[in-house]
Design a protein. Structure first.
Length: 266
């Protein structure tokens, strides 16, 4: 597997306020725990395999002087960007998707531990999004409670978050995405969440986020106070674009994690 098609230097547009970018290149106690947790739930990918793959000189890790080439989206409409990026992220093979998700999950787990988040909302992957199933299982393994969004049955365009555990019953929503069957006892008020791991279609160097167009997460995040809950985008590297046409209702993310990088909004 290689990601060389996304390599090369690229300029960030001058009008952007670039996020602080950290390239994943060294171990930590949080990464060690993440490796152990993922190994416990994914027998085919032992933590040494994950660690070695993440540090190969094959496009997964870049030095601070190198960058992935960005898709030049300057002047392009939102619908065109969505179509292009959705095709890009669906172009990986099943094996590539699995490995990329494990590598990104490793770093997301480390972030969750570093923030001591105990109540974390995630999503079930769809349409080429980074898979979260092993990440969820690893969180169970270390005792973190997980939650999944459900389409609000009474307030169109809004989400509820329900506790997701090994006994949860899943159903398909109107978009064909799995979600827990609604049980009011499992619903958690959004401000009680420590972190929301959000899906997205595209993001830019300032951590602006573009979703599928329904506005569900923008409505959820617009009422956050002091980044509570803390929202983290979870995406393939190829989902970064040079420029996103931002609308007044768009809510930028404080942080985006990809298989290679941690982008923190200034």
């Amino acid at each position: 597997m290689t990601l060389t098609r996304y390599m090369n230097t690229a300029e960030i547009p001058a009008e952007s306020a670039p996020a602080q970018t950290t390239y994943f290149s060294s171990g930590s106690k949080h990464l060690d725990i993440a490796n152990q947790a993922l190994s416990a739930v994914d027998a085919d990918n032992q933590h040494l395999h994950i660690d070695n793959l993440a540090h190969q000189d094959s496009g997964f890790e870049l030095s601070n002087q190198e960058r992935y080439a960005l898709f030049d989206s300057q002047g392009m409409g939102r619908d065109f960007i969505r179509r292009h990026i959705r095709e890009e992220r669906k172009s990986f093979s099943s094996a590539e998707q699995h490995q990329l998700a494990l590598i990104a999950s490793r770093h997301m787990l480390a972030e969750i531990q570093q923030r001591n988040a105990q109540h974390v909302a995630l999503y079930f992957s769809f349409d080429g999004e980074l898979a979260t199933e092993k990440l969820i299982e690893a969180l169970w393994h270390i005792g973190v409670k997980t939650y999944l969004p459900i389409v609000h049955p009474f307030c169109p365009g809004h989400l509820l978050f329900c506790h997701y555990h090994s006994e949860s019953v899943l159903i398909k929503n109107k978009f064909g995405i799995s979600e827990p069957k609604l049980n009011v006892q499992d619903v958690i008020p959004t401000p009680k969440l420590d972190m929301i791991v959000t899906p997205l279609v595209a993001f830019d160097g300032a951590c602006n986020r573009m979703g599928m167009g329904g506005g569900y997460y923008d409505r959820t995040l617009k009422n956050s106070v002091d980044n509570k809950p803390f929202a983290v985008g979870f995406a393939h590297d190829c989902q970064q674009v040079s420029h996103l046409p931002v609308e007044c209702w768009d809510v930028p993310l404080p942080l985006v994690i990809t298989p290679t990088r941690r982008l923190a909004r200034s």
